[in-house]
Design a protein around this ligand. Sequence first.
Ligand SMILES: [Fe+2]
Length: 386
Amino acid sequence: MANEILIPPIIRIGGGAIADAPGVLKDLGIRRPLIVTDGYLVRSGVAEWLRHQIEQAGIVCGVFTETVPDPTTEAVAAGLRAFVQGSHDGLVSLGGGSPIDTAKAIGMLAANGGRARDYKVPNRIPKKGPLHLAIPTTAGTGSEVTRFTVITDSETEEKMLIAGATLVPNAAIVDFELTMTMPARLTADTGTDSLTHAIEAHVSRKANAFADAFAMTAMKTIWAELPTAYREPGNRRAREAMMLGATQAGMAFSNASVALVHGMSRPIGAHFHVPHGLSNAMLLPAVTAFSMEGAERRYAECARAMGVADPSDGDAVSGRKLVDALFERNRELEVPSPKKYGISEGRYLQLIPTMAQQALASGSPQNNPRVPTAEEIEAIYRQIWE
Ligand SMILES: [Fe+2]
């Protein structure tokens, strides 16, 4: 079977690359873009600086700032109104995964109509949206290069996975200088999200040689550099490496897939508002231990790439060392259990069957090397509680 490989046709990578934004918009032929961003980037002045740069180049530019973490259908609807009322012809997303995912959904609905839930996996998105330049400000989701958006249904609280070739941005500007002010917690969580992308892409049932190359280099880099970026926010070398690693991990999972960690992570985020990377971190060691028997050789390759196993170790030993290293890394990055995070125990236990059904419905667990039953997913949710 052929693998369909998709990446943005224009990618500019490097410190200061955001200055290329007006030129990229001209190359794309966008004449009236809407910047989709959030309150933090408005307060920091970056959004206004970008708008000024674009307008200096003679391009009329609007700004939509009302995106929210874990973007909701309500926030997308507001963005769509701004896009239509301003007669915009393109999108510039500026921010972490939330503004980028919001812009993807705005574009999808502008072209196709209907509601976000009409397009959730496994449904298809028929028409291409307006052209989209994505500018990430976290080293995390990789959304600037992926075919996915995750939108929370405001009515049902479900975190919906939406996938399609039309969601791949037309251009990405990957500028690590935008990440220099990320606080430590956000650095740890978004970095662990990237690591999870790389590992899940490599062990996925949809893994392929193209995606593997990005997955292996990304996990090696992220594993080595994340503790430094966490402890020394101003370390430019670590920030640059993390930013590149996050984008490469995005290329990996967009062209392979994520798996059980992401499948189980989305419901935790939807019901308890745990940041995405943090709920991944809560799950990654336990899910890796559960999944090991389905892809021992592939997990061993991860362990060797990350340098947590010796080249002479066999696959079984390497796999065990990987699980141990992931538990240890969570201690180093001070990842809390759901209990320590402050989630209500009664509500968590009560929602476990629902979360298991939502995880399975997303399709991601079916890409896992060991495909779990609903009961096995429920057991993992109980196992990670404290
Ligand atoms: Fe993710």
